[in-house]
Structure formats: structure tokens, C-alpha cells
Design a protein around this ligand. Sequence first.
Ligand code: PMP
Length: 412
Amino acid sequence: MTTQGSPARGNNLDPWYHHYADRTSGLAASEVRALFAVASRPEVVSLAGGMPYVSALPPELVTAAMERAMTDHGPTALQYGSGQGSPALREQILEVMALEGISGSVDDVVVTTGSQHALELVAKLFLDPGDVVIAEGPSYVTALVVFRSFQAEVAHVAMDDLGMIPQSLRETIARLREQGRRLKFLYTIPSFQNPAGVTLSWERRMEILEIARENDILVVEDNPYGLLYFDAPPPQAMRSVDDEGVIYLGTFSKTLAPGLRVGWALAPHAIREKLVLANEAAVLSPSSFTQTVISQYLAVADWKAQIDTFRGVYRERRDAMLAALGERLPGLEWTVPTGGFYVWLTLPENLDSKAMLPRAVKELVAYTPGTAFYGDGGGRNKMRLSFCYPSPEFIREGIRRLANVIDGELEL
Ligand code: PMP
């Protein structure tokens, strides 16, 4: 029997290989994904994933919100909803964003299935094959996957301890313009960056907005960690001073729970309409049920106190990681995050963190190799260490094992 596509069969494990759209060529499993399977074994201390420590959220708070969602709002919670998201929740999202200095209209908030989905929608609206997205180097791995899946290229801009370097941004834009490339937007995670852990200073936020304006480049400000500061709040969001040039992405994944899958975009008014159409095309409407649960949670629970609880948990883990690094790897350099989930570690030049990973896993510790966070092969001697999920005790043990692996590599 002949079947469609049969000539390709036998050449590849996937018999439909030749039918995939060109844009899927960038959809290779990320290094982070491949790691999850190994690192989830209980004997491995995983400093690899970015999973929020949801056990710090009392389950009864969510149960109460679920019960209220059903008893008081059952028919709406179980029904399709607006493609833009529930009006009640959008009002409450404005209250959350006000904590970061952002004021906006409820009309300009679009609720999405996590901020990852908002990233996908923004990419779908703006990216044609061959376009360029500018992003920090390193940048969030799954944003890079999205941009690649729309056949766009990522141009990385160097960072230091104060975030993206404005002069590098100017130079990158000039170089790309000279090459005749189409620049679509600047993707940035200004606060407690994933993976570098650093925070963009206020002065730089202003300068980068100015550069974007001069060059007619939209800014996509991705801010999942902004409220998870350990000492003082980070500088206010870029969106707080620019309604027209910034799409802001927010999420309940880190301040509440990622399993609910609710995030949002606050877009310039003109873009908002297209975002809603793209959202409808993708999901008709974001989950009415989880939106109602979150809305009830925000209405009844002391959600600000809960965010404080999360801050305390992550601060203690950050402290444990920094102390262990200082003790075990005093010759190396790492970033000192003042919020969020991540530390970025630099190995000696001659070490390759990806090549070293199998050895680390054998020693029962996992991390994410630096190259995952670059679209251009950068980050060879870097790694991301997450302190969000393991207990302080496990973090100390993980860093001890990691130091042994690094010492062993240096002796080879
Ligand atoms: N952006 C960044 C920078 C992230 O770190 C994450 C999650 N790790 C996301 C977006 C996606 O988050 P969610 O879809 O859960 O809102």
C-alpha cells in the first residue's frame, strides 16, 4: 500500500518529516527540555529548571477561590468568555501593575494563557521570516524558541551588572541597519533577568526607551519577576513612562501559580486590537475557569502578603546559593541577583558547560548550560543556576557537588 509521504519513510524516524512547514526547523527540543527528564530524578539536585516553589502557597487559599468561583460564578466560569479576557480580572490586573508604577486602561489589557502565550502572539503579529529581534545576550530560552519558530533571527546585545548596555544596543542597531536587516522589536527582561539575574538601572531604562523611539523599534518588556524583589523594589517598569512604544507582559505564574496558566499583555491601544484577534484565533478565549479562580483569589486572599511570603522563601535560597558559591568556588565570577530566581555563573575560559553537564549529572547535580540562552552559540563557559525550587540545604549540597565537578574538569 502506498501512503502519502511514503518516499520519505525509512529515511527518518518521523514519517511526516517532509510535510512540516519550514518554520518548524527551529523547533528543536531545547537544552533545558532535554535536561528536565534527567534532573527530575530525586537524587539529582536540580539547579536547572525555573519552577516556582508553589508549596509556599497555602492550598486552602486556592481551594477557597475555586469554591467561590463555582458557587458564585459557576455558569460564567464554565462558559467560553471574551477573547480579551474577563473584564473583572482585567480590572484587578491593573491593580497588580500599579505596584510597578504602571497605569493603563482596562481596554488595553489582554489576558493570555501565561505570558509565554503572549510572547507567541506578539511574535505572530510582528515577525516575518528573516526579521530580526534584538534581545539581551543571554536571553530567555523559550522566547528564543518562539522567535526562531517564526523564522526570525535574534541579535544579542551585551549586558553587565546594570543590564543591557545602551552603547552596545546603538552599535547593534547601526550594524543591522547597515546590513539592511528589518528590525521588528527589542525583547527585554529588565528586572531580575532570566537567565542573568541582573536588573536594568533606571537611567538605562530611560536611555533604551529613547534609543528605541529614535529607531522606530517597539519594546517588548517581559516582567514575570518584578514583584519578587528581596530588599528594595526594582526601578519602575519601562511601560510606566511609555504607553505607545512598549508592550508589557505580565503573569501570575511566579506571584501565584504557573499551573493556572494566566498571564497578560498591556499593549499600545492600536496593537491591542490585533492581539485580541490573534488570541481568539489561537484559543477563542483564555480559560474562564482559571481567570475566575484568580479573580476570586485576588478579591479575597491577602495576595500581597502571599507575594511577601514568596519573597522570603526566594531570598533565603538566594542567600544560601551566594554563600555556597563564595565558599566553594571563590575563584569564579557570578551575578548577585536582588530578586527573581537565577544566578549566572562564569567558568574559566577553557571550560565548556555543555560538555561538562553529563559529568555533573553523574555527580547528581544539574544546571542549564549557557549556550541555551543564546541564538548564536555564545555562553560556552557560562551556566544558569536556579535557586527557586530546591531547599537551602539542597542548594548548598548542589553547589558542593558542582564545585567538585568544576575542580575535576580543571585538573583534567
Ligand atoms: N518570560 C520569562 C522571562 C520567563 O522566565 C517565563 C517563565 N519561566 C515566561 C516568560 C513564561 O511564563 P508563563 O507563561 O508561565 O507566564
